[in-house]
Structures are given as C-alpha cells and as structure tokens.
Design a protein around this ligand. Structure first.
Ligand code: NAD
Ligand code: UFG
Length: 335
C-alpha cells in the first residue's frame, strides 16, 4: 500500500497517525474541516516526520469535495478519524452527532465504493462495551446499548461497515480504542481541548499549569482498590502505530471485517494516574475528592491478546511516559 487518505488527520489521534504513516514511507492525503483542529498542525507533523503531505481543508459530508479528492488520487486505503467526540455535547445536540459521525461515514463509504477503494480503518471506542461485567473485555464481549448519542454513533458505524462489507470487495478493520492520552515525545503535537476539558489527563495538565484551580476526582466509593474508577490509558503514539499495523493486516486478510481492542491491557485508577503524574514530573497536583460523575462506569480495561497476536502490536509506553509527555506538551503550549 502506498497512498492513504486520512480523514480528520489534523486532530489528536489523526496527527500522530500521519506522523507514523509518513515515517514508514506511506504517502498521505488529509481531509480535515478544522472543526476541532488547527491548520498549523500540518507543519508540525511535517517537521517531526521530515516529509510533506497534501492537506484538503474540507468536510467528509461534502460529496463533491470527496469526489474531487478520489478523482485526483488513487488511494490504497482510508483511515477515518473525522467525527465529533464529546459525550456531553452529543447528549445536548444528538442530530449534530448523527449528521457528522454517521452521515460522514456513509458519504465516505459511497465515494470509496464508486472509486473501488477497499481498505478502511475505522475509529471505534471501548464505549461500545458499556459497563461490561466480565473484565478484561475481549472483542467478543457483548455490545451494549450506548449511554450517549456519541456512543450510538460508534455502534452504528460498526454496524454500517459490517453491512456494507457483506456483499462487496471491501475490507475494514474496526479499532476499539480505550483511553488515548499523552502526546508526541517531541512535544510538537498533542491534544488541543477547546474550553474546559472533560477528560482526566488534560484536566490534570491544565491544573498543574495553573489554568484550572483544582482537579476534582469523581468519586472514591467505587468497588476498586482505592475507590476510584479504572480505565485502560493508552499512549497516543502507541495507538497511532496500531493503525499502521492495521492497514497492512487489512489488505492481506481473507475476510471482510475484523475488530481489535487497542489498549495496554492494564487498568489504572484515577488516583494512580495522579500519582504517576506527580512522581514523573516532580509536580504537586491540587486535587480534591468529589461526588461521582453521572454516566461513568466503574472500570474497564482491554484484553489485548487478539491485537497482540494478529496485528503483532503491543503498547510500548507506560503510564509514567504518558504523564511525562502530556506535561511536556502542556508546558510547550504556554511558551
Ligand atoms: P479530534 O477532534 O482531535 O480529531 C478529529 C478531527 O476530525 C479534527 O481535526 C476535526 O477538525 C476533524 N473533523 C471532524 N468532523 C469532520 C468532518 N465532517 N470532515 C472533516 N474533518 C472533520 O478527535 P480524536 O481524539 O483525534 O478522535 C479521532 C477519532 O477517534 C474520532 O472518530 C473519535 O470518535 C475516535 N475516538 C476518540 C477517543 C478519544 O478519547 N480521543 C476514544 C475513542 C474513539
Ligand atoms: N475523571 C475525574 N476528574 C475529571 C475528569 C475525569 O475524576 O476531571 C475521571 C472519570 O470519572 C473517569 C476517568 O477520570 O473515571 C477517565 O475519564 P475521562 O473523561 O478521561 O474518560 P472516560 O473513560 O470517561 O471517556 C473516554 C472518552 C469518551 C469515550 C469513553 C469510552 O472521553 O469519548 O472514554 O471510550 F466514550
């Protein structure tokens, strides 16, 4: 495979993935509407990778823009990141989420079909497992009705791809990400949360930087070793590398669709994450224990044996690396 279209390639996970693709020799074309990213990320990606790529500032819902891109280039595969991702916002504005995440996927699939482009990597999420009771979750763990419209768009996305692939020369890998955190070790690219962050790690780094006064730990009465929730935090560079492995596997597989958990396989509590941040960076964090946050599940972490065995991928970075790189990125933002 040579030329890959990356939708949402200037975003958090997309930008790290474009770096990895360029670094191993793929040619890359990105389409991004800058809805949740900045154009300057392009130069930063090129600086890290030492290679350039083409950027189309456009929307995947715009059929004419996609058509023009597919006429101009012969793509060997597509990685589809472009989507909205804020759980709370999706509850307030479900139509916007179905429009962007579901219609965007359909628009992409119909253009791929027309141009006979057949390898698709899709960004799914461990949110599809809901509050699973048997841990760690495997790819066979039952999918549960989603708690939010955002979660529903991920389940629908998987269903649409499965249906689409059934009667076609089409192959797709669904990657179920656990909790992506951290930033590129160069501190040149990372997450750019708009406004007050919802997620734990940007809230930690912004508190340490003095942008937020205090972090609230949402609940310490869960049935875990220290009473706080457990998640499987995965370094964004490790996650990016999984996409490169998935592309090669997708092209060679004999069946149409496959699904992989992408996590470390290890769960950390909120307090463990805070302690790892404090220790590796030598920074004291101002935090308090507060009530539970509505909708949070107690714990989830991945069984990674399938991704380890079939994609030949496993996470290389640990929680200390994730916290170190997240902090270096945050500090760079303030310079
Ligand atoms: P992000 O918001 O940083 O990146 C998404 C990018 O897509 C942005 O650059 C945005 O401008 C662009 N975009 C959005 N809608 C578009 C459209 N219609 N046309 C063109 N570009 C569009 O998000 P991310 O964290 O990099 O997430 C990437 C994917 O991974 C998303 O599908 C998300 O749902 C999924 N995911 C993310 C997480 C997470 O915690 N970050 C977890 C599981 C799954
Ligand atoms: N947390 C705090 N304080 C905060 C923020 C978070 O204690 O200020 C806790 C949460 O209660 C949770 C843990 O930190 O226990 C992780 O919370 P995040 O918001 O970082 O991540 P979630 O696991 O809740 O959600 C993430 C993505 C969603 C996705 C979900 C499942 O943000 O988009 O994983 O894939 F749907």
């Amino acid at each position: 495979m040579k030329k890959i279209l990356v939708t949402g390639g200037l975003g958090y996970i997309g930008s790290h993935t474009v770096v990895e693709l360029l670094s191993v020799g793929f040619d890359v074309v990105v389409i991004d509407n800058l809805n949740n990213s900045k154009e300057e990320v392009k130069a930063r990606i090129e600086d890290i990778a030492g290679r350039n790529f083409e950027l189309c500032i456009g929307d995947v819902n715009d059929a004419a823009t996609l058509e023009a891109l597919f006429v101009k280039h012969t793509f060997d595969g597509v990685i589809h990141f472009a989507a909205h991702k804020a759980v709370g916002e999706s509850v307030d504005n479900p139509v916007m989420y179905y429009q962007n995440n579901v219609s965007g996927l359909i628009s992409l699939l119909s253009t791929m079909e027309k141009h006979k482009v057949s390898n698709l990597i899709f960004s799914s999420s461990c949110t599809v497992y809901g509050a699973a009771t048997d841990l760690p979750v495997t790819e066979k763990t039952l999918i549960q009705k989603a708690e939010s419209p955002y979660g529903t768009t991920k389940i629908l996305g998987e269903d649409i791809i499965n249906d689409f692939a059934k009667h076609k020369e089409f192959k797709s890998i669904l990657l179920r990400y656990f909790n992506p955190v951290g930033a590129h070790p160069s501190a040149k690219i990372g997450e750019l949360p708009l406004g007050v962050p919802n997620n734990l790690v940007p809230y930690i780094t912004q508190t340490a930087a003095g942008i937020r006064e205090q972090l609230t730990v949402f609940g310490e009465d869960y049935n875990t070793e220290d009473g706080t929730c457990i998640r499987d935090y995965i370094h964004v560079v490790d996650l990016a590398k999984a996409h490169v492995k998935a592309l090669t596997y997708c092209q060679d597989m004999s069946h149409n669709v496959d699904v992989f958990n992408v996590g470390t396989g290890k769960g950390n509590t909120v307090l463990e994450v805070i302690r790892a941040f404090e220790k590796v960076n030598g920074v004291k964090l101002n935090y308090k224990i507060g009530p539970r946050r509505g909708g949070d599940i107690e714990q989830i972490y991945a069984d990674t044996s399938k991704v380890n065995a079939l994609l030949g991928w496993s996470a290389q970075y640990d929680i200390a690396d994730m916290m170190q790189h997240a902090w270096a990125w945050q500090q760079g933002l303030q310079d």
